[in-house]
Design a protein around this ligand. Sequence first.
Ligand code: DX5
Ligand code: ZN
Length: 223
Amino acid sequence: MKHLIAPSILAADFGKIYEEVEMLNQSAADWVHVDVMDGSFVPNISFGFPVIKAIKKKSKLPLDVHLMIDAPERYLNEFKEAGADVLTVHLEACTHLHRTIQQIKELGMKAGVALNPHTNIDLVSDVIEDLDLVCLMSVNPGFGGQKFIYNTIPKTIKLKALIETRNAPTKIEIDGGVGLQNAEKLLQSGADVLVAGSAVFKAEDPIETISKLKSIGKDIYMV
Ligand code: DX5
Ligand code: ZN
């Protein structure tokens, strides 16, 4: 399967959010990555339902909503209503992860689980077949523009092996510090979805950067 590119709207200019979303509509991006932060699970607050609804109104792409909030099970229905297509919760924020995953799917969304850099992938082993996505955080969540944590590479390889052994349908998403400098290595390691915030929105030509991220590995796929 060809990999997916999910630009993170957190790095966009919110003063012209419709233009930014329209730019993504015109680009080779596959999903819009939407980071929700509550100032408790992570030391930062981003935005909530009205902003997600505004993005949804304009977006032709599915919304990949990444919840960096405590006890996300309190709001699953509201995120569905706001327009989430993929809903990712943090393993570290869920007491009853299995139940939360089932509820996300019952609401008709794809279910993802995100793991902080210190969280071992073995902790998703008992739910892997139920997951549409595992998001490996390659920075400590809370802020865009941070440095990529290299240990994500061996972690991706290990997670890919688990998914293949179990014949699970799960995609691997990498989030944080991703750009043209490490995308190829991540894809070779088994990544399926690349989230890129600063690398896209701070680029001189965001559309071209998205195309480049999307076409990495194309020659390999074509032979
Ligand atoms: C970090 C967020 C990321 C972030 C990525 O807490 O989950 O999605 O927006 O931004 P960059 O690509 O700039 O590291
Ligand atoms: Zn994110």
